[in-house]
Design a protein. Structure first.
Length: 129
């Protein structure tokens, strides 16, 4: 509501990393396909209860590219979404040739029937310790 960038520096729940590893063979490294690459992930609510949410996931080799620009050009503009409602999370890719997973979601994320909705918060993914 205040047009501010909000950044968290935290760990990611180990279960999230395992789920990403399990989905690795279906996660794209092509930014033009990122907007349609939706993966359900079980995270934790603020009360510690498990809950599913859906995230777009992209595999990148490194952080040499501006991820905010990549999100704007590959997801927000093509889908007509609003940049202010987007979340981004970055975590290492611990399988294959390495690199990083870039997760994105938003409250109105279009998902397949029966799949959990998107979210406007990274709190489901993060472990503050």
């Amino acid at each position: 509501m205040q047009d501010q960038l909000h950044i968290h520096l935290a760990g990611i729940h180990s279960g999230i990393q395992t789920q990403l590893n399990n989905h690795d063979s279906t996660i794209t490294n092509n930014p033009s396909r990122w907007r349609n690459q939706v993966v359900p992930i079980w995270g934790l609510t603020s009360t510690g209860l498990p809950a599913p949410r859906s995230y777009r996931v992209l595999h990148v080799a490194n952080l040499n590219e501006n991820l905010f620009r990549l999100l704007l050009d590959s997801v927000v503009r093509p889908t007509g979404a609003t940049m202010a409602q987007q979340i981004l999370a970055v975590t290492p890719r611990l399988v294959g040739s390495g690199g990083l997973y870039v997760l994105n979601s938003e409250p109105g994320l279009p998902v397949a029937p029966g799949q959990p909705g998107g979210t406007g918060t990274v709190d489901f993914l993060l472990a503050y310790a």
